[in-house]
Design a protein around this ligand. Structure first.
Ligand SMILES: [Fe+2]
Ligand SMILES: [Fe+2]
Length: 231
């Protein structure tokens, strides 16, 4: 398998795990009537903004897609849509990061439960769209690349893709980012992460609820000091 293909697939599987974990954290928190873990969500959204959006997408749009366009027009419309997705999803993750911050900062506001519901809906739509985007790349784009790209194309792509590895996928992560990756890995379910984080999250929330009722905010009300509980 060409290194470019392997790197794209590895980065997709890491990102899928992070996205699915965000979806599970949100749905489990709602199911138990508890506020989601904002710190873990913030770390995961920051990771998505920092690597998949800025590095992974850039490599595809700046290197892989132009090489494909030069060799075939078979998937021209699909590649154009994927390029548009790249531009849109970076803006979308920035909005989600802001909305998450607003949930933390405005936890006592009357509309906090409605804001949380809107955030969950937008986040789940982002997750579904991203998973669909990666599926299209793996099912349609990568097979076409394997069919039409030349040895010289692959040599240039492999050199470029090997340079910018996703630090959550690649073992030699930048020291500055280690605390972030550790936080995310602690939250991700096995095998990518370090354990059944959802259970730990649930246990932590339940323990917290027993000793600190003030963390909960009555649905639609302004009591308490913590982030909103789910209605
Ligand atoms: Fe992409
Ligand atoms: Fe991709």
């Amino acid at each position: 398998m060409h290194p470019t293909i392997r790197i794209i697939r590895d980065e997709h599987s890491t990102l899928s795990a992070v996205l699915r974990s965000i979806g599970l954290l949100l749905s489990e928190s709602r199911r138990h009537g508890l506020a989601p873990d904002f710190q873990v969500l913030r770390a995961m959204l920051f990771y998505i903004d920092e690597f998949p959006e800025q590095v992974h997408h850039t490599k595809e749009s700046a290197l892989l897609f132009p090489a494909l366009r030069a060799r075939s027009d078979e998937l021209a419309a699909v590649i154009e849509r994927l390029d548009r997705d790249h531009a849109r999803s970076h803006a979308a993750v920035r909005t989600l990061e802001h909305d998450l911050l607003a949930l933390e900062m405005m936890g006592e506001a009357r509309d906090a439960p409605a804001r949380l519901l809107r955030f969950e809906t937008d986040m789940q739509a982002y997750i579904a769209g991203y998973l669909d985007h990666m599926r299209t790349e793996e099912v349609e784009v990568l097979p076409l690349a394997e069919e039409v790209l030349t040895g010289a194309d692959w040599a240039a792509l492999d050199a470029a893709f090997m340079k910018n590895r996703d630090p959550l996928t690649c073992r030699e992560a930048d020291d500055a980012f280690r605390p972030l990756f550790k936080r995310i890995l602690m939250a991700l379910p096995a095998p990518l992460g370090l354990g059944p984080a959802l259970e730990a999250l649930r246990g932590a929330h339940l323990g917290e609820r027993a000793v600190a009722g003030s963390r909960r905010v009555a649905a639609g009300g302004a009591a308490g000091r913590g982030p909103p509980s789910v209605p």
